[in-house]
Design a protein around this ligand. Structure first.
Ligand SMILES: Cc1ncc(COP(=O)(O)O)c(C=O)c1O
Length: 889
């Protein structure tokens, strides 16, 4: 079973078309006849799948089966063609209709294509075929050509089928629950889908059994509503009941947008359209378009506005020709006339941000027009001050290190586990974070620790379990603030498996969990095990061995920064900050606004803002479809490389077994998605770390070239393929929501050509040269230490990096030294101190920070690094180090 039935469905129809065409053409070769059993298998699979999609349906599949049985291949081929055309997004060709072949249930499927956006509505009820026909014809009757959107109904009888439909059909945007639904499916579902349904349904608690039939009915309706909402929060849920409507309405209104009387189809119809138009609404983008259409006189400082300085010029006309005049018509610095001010939003920008908060599951969302580099600085400045200690993943993006310089907080670097074989880092094991917090507690300095900053997921796709990390850290310090750098993870909110590991979802779940009496009891019981009779904490080993349970009094204060532009639709630099902070008003709101003012331009780019607004519309309406397809394509890329005889000889796809140490992997399989959605779900629910399946890292040492050469000379120069991260022996291929099947096919084609080339080159190479290629890389250096003058105390790792940074800016305090000489000095026992950041890019995290002691490990690592761009290191002059230790400056 592949990851999504999107592929299964379209592949099965495509296959059917191919096989039946041969029969229709009268081919009597052995292959055509042999495909007979395959045809039947596809038909059986499609009969199940089509139950979950509007448009054609099970009866349509059965009709095709009957035509094939009768030997009417030509008509069957025509019917199959209509589906294939629709799935490909093509128009259905005009063709003479054969009454016998008309799909009686759904006549609209063969009509002309409708250009309006279309969605599907799931009705869950045990119904008769006649009921279903009534529902559909009633729905059709209510539709009008004036409606902005169209929709079709999918009707399923049971809760299992509802979950299957919502998982497999991303076009479903609304569900109508009718209490007559049954619990279990009668469909012959694949094992993976059955297991996934069971996992999805087990996530929602059963609630106490009730013998009172009406209460029991309310509970099962609630359970189904909760299950569907947990899977796809963007779904609009309605309840439609007959008897006892008023009682149900009282008990159930929180879960449903509206509760309807069974006969009230018109109200349902209007609500569905209204809700779709709410999701579709893009307040700022719409305001900007209105502005562009309006005749406006420009008397402010923006010459390109309305095309002013461009269209009248004979020299730069090509700017408008290339980008189109709308770009210039939409350029303005006005904050009135329907537009709004990013710095003090009260109108369309405020509304757009609120809608983004809804989409990403945040309490507040803020747009940032200068990338996550700026978003990170805003959050650091908002939440930390010079005396604070911040636990920072050293492997994190340079913006965090720069932020710490700006705020003057003292970073205590957390060490991610190194992946020495591939020269990059993984992520920070939870035990290390806990241990560091316990060390601060033992030193009596836990009060100073204010924030923990981690990157989720990492550039290479290692994903934390933020709920677990935050819960266990809060058990040691209940008022910690968390900043999750989700620069690469904005897409994750739109798939039920990946959403669990987003900061916002984790914050919401944790807050809920902390409220429950069961949690309070578990916390009390654990505290007894963690303390002796006098209330003194048990030894650290005891705290490390247990999964710590936070106090119900702990505060949930969580911030996530996302480069929307990296994984979703947004112009470059379009980022968002999402907030779930229980102490927002009391502790953060004002300082956040100050920080936001500090870093936000007074001339923010409106095109970026409107792209964030419309990108939000897209993910709410089709995020699930896009992410599902992306994961599926990435998985097929990984599988093709791993199975193709030549590719697998030349490249190795790195799996969880390579990227996560065994003790941190738990129950996960090397590539869970290869085995289906259920194994992926299990791994993402339980393992400490998982690998983002949308990223494929391949190991290339057998090609005989390093990652940088592979990227520039082979992929880019020869074939125009761009990738943005390599290490000495790896290349990272990222898929995104815009990746197409053809792009994957092209990449595979290119990899095959390259593999042939490398294979030939390798066979010509002398065996001694080949051995030289396999030299092991030196281990990645841990953070050495801050020099004594910068370190706060000798026992703990934090230091005053800001003082070191500014001291390092004074020329008189520093000198440049070439690596060889520095190596000699270190060998002679000196402890030189870096005067600045040294950051190879990519991956973009500093190997040296200001005030850090330079060790031989660092020098050795830098010596073999193949990255071309190293910020802060001057190849003409060497490393910049202090002549006088920073404390004495
Ligand atoms: C983890 C991480 N955080 C933040 C950033 C900065 O994001 P932006 O490019 O949106 O400024 C990057 C950029 O690569 C990154 O990898």
């Amino acid at each position: 079973m592949p990851a999504s039935t999107w592929r299964l469905r379209s592949d099965a129809w495509e296959y059917l078309r191919f096989a039946v065409k041969r029969l229709a053409l009268g081919s009597d070769d052995v292959d055509a006849l042999a495909s007979d059993s395959e045809i039947h298998r596809s038909l059986r699979a499609l009969e199940t799948i089509e139950m979950y999609w509007a448009g054609f349906g099970q009866r349509y599949v059965r009709t095709i089966g009957e035509l094939l049985e009768d030997g009417d291949y030509r008509t069957a081929f025509d019917l199959i063609g209509r589906v294939v055309h629709r799935l490909r997004g093509d128009t259905v060709p005009d063709e003479p209709r054969d009454e016998h072949l008309e799909e009686p249930e759904r006549p609209e499927t063969t009509s002309d294509p409708d250009p309006r956006p279309r969605f599907e509505v799931l009705i869950i009820d045990e119904t008769t075929a006649a009921d279903r026909d009534t529902i559909r014809s009633e729905g059709l009757r209510l539709r009008s050509p004036a409606d902005a959107f169209t929709y079709e109904f999918v009707v399923v009888p049971s809760a299992d089928d509802a979950v299957a439909a919502v998982l497999t059909n991303p076009h479903i945007l609304a569900c109508v629950v009718r209490p007559g639904f049954s619990e279990h499916t009668h469909q012959p579902l694949s094992r993976d889908l059955r297991e996934t349904i069971a996992l999805a349904r087990s996530q929602v608690s059963e609630g106490p059994a009730s013998s009172h039939s009406q209460l029991a009915s309310v509970q099962r309706v609630l359970r189904l509503a909760d299950t569907l909402a947990a899977l796809r929060p963007e779904l609009d849920l309605y309840l439609m009941a007959g008897a006892h409507l008023e009682d149900l309405a009282g008990a159930l209104t929180h879960r449903f947008r509206r509760v309807f009387w069974r006969e009230d189809q018109l109200e349902l119809h209007l609500s569905l359209l209204r809700r779709a138009s709410h999701l579709y609404d893009t307040p700022f983008f719409t305001a900007l378009q209105d502005h562009a259409r309006r005749p406006v006189g420009v008397f402010h400082a923006l010459p390109v506005a309305r095309g002013g300085s461009v269209v009248s010029s004979q020299w730069i006309k090509d700017l408008a020709e290339f980008y189109g005049l709308n770009l210039l018509l939409a350029e303005t610095s006005a904050t009135s006339g329907g537009l709004d001010s990013l710095l003090a939003p009260t109108g369309t920008i405020k509304k757009a941000q609120d809608l983004a908060a809804r989409a990403f599951g945040a309490r507040q969302t803020f747009f940032v027009t200068n990338g996550t580099s700026t978003a990170n600085k805003i959050v650091h400045q908002a939440l930390t001050a010079p005396a604070d200690v911040v636990l920072v993943d050293r492997n994190c993006h340079k913006s965090h290190h720069h932020a710490v310089v700006l705020t003057g907080a003292k970073p205590a670097y957390l060490e991610a586990y190194p992946l020495n074989d591939f020269a990059f880092y993984g992520a920070v094991p939870l035990d290390r974070i806990k241990q560091l917090l316990l060390d601060y507690r033992a030193a009596g300095r836990l009060d100073e620790v204010r924030m923990v900053t981690l990157t989720n997921c990492t550039f290479d796709g290692i994903v934390y379990d933020p709920e677990r990390v935050m819960a266990e850290c809060l058990a040691i310090k209940p008022d910690l603030v968390f900043l999750w750098d989700e620069a690469w993870f904005a897409f994750a909110a739109f798939h039920p498996v990946t959403r669990r590991r987003t900061a916002m979802n984790a914050a919401k779940n944790l807050e809920e969990r902390l409220k429950s009496p069961a949690h309070a009891a578990a916390h009390r019981a654990q505290q007894e095990r963690l303390h002796d009779a006098d209330g003194a904490p048990a030894p650290d080993e005891v705290w490390l061995a247990q999964q710590l349970i936070p106090s119900p009094e702990a505060r949930i204060r969580v911030y996530a920064t996302q480069s929307t532009h990296k994984t979703l639709t947004a112009l470059r630099q379009g980022s968002m900050i999402h907030v779930h902070d229980q102490d927002w008003e009391r502790e953060a709101e004002e300082s956040f606004h100050e920080a936001y003012m500090t870093h936000t331009s007074t001339s923010p780019n409106y095109q970026i803002l409107s792209s964030l607004d419309i990108g939000r519309r897209q993910v709410e309406l089709e995020g699930y479809a896009l992410v599902q397809r992306q994961l599926d394509l990435a998985s097929s890329l990984a599988q093709t490389i791993a199975r193709h005889p030549l590719l697998r000889r030349t490249f190795r796809v790195l799996t969880a077994n390579d990227l996560i140490p065994a003790e941190l992997r738990g129950v996960g399989r090397p590539m869970p998605l290869r085995h289906g959605l259920a194994p992926l779900w299990e791994a993402w629910a339980h393992d400490e770390f998982v690998v983002d399946p949308s990223r494929i890292t391949i190991e290339i040492s057998r090609t005989g070239v390093d990652g940088d050469t592979f990227k520039h000379e082979h992929l880019m120069d020869r074939y125009g393929i761009q990738v943005n991260k390599t290490s000495g022996n790896t290349v990272l291929f990222m898929t995104n929501i815009g990746t197409s099947r053809s792009a994957i096919a092209y990449l595979i084609e290119v990899l095959v050509k390259l593999a042939e080339r490398f294979d030939a080159a390798l066979s010509r190479r002398h065996p001694d040269d080949r051995a030289a290629q396999d030299e092991p890389l030196p281990p990645l250096p841990d953070f050495s230490a801050f020099s004594p003058g910068c370190a706060t105390d000798a026992a703990l790792p934090d230091g005053d990096m800001r003082t070191a940074f500014f001291a390092g800016q004074q020329r008189r305090n520093t000198e440049h030294v070439f690596p060889e000489e520095l190596r000699a000095r270190v060998a002679a026992g000196e402890r030189p101190v870096s005067a600045g950041f040294v950051t190879p890019y990519p991956p973009g995290f500093p190997v040296l920070v200001p005030g850090q002691v330079i060790t031989s490990d660092v020098l050795e690592f830098m010596a073999v690094l193949s990255t071309r761009e190293v910020h802060g290191y001057d190849p003409q002059r060497g490393y910049r180090i202090f002549t006088t230790p920073p404390s004495d400056v």
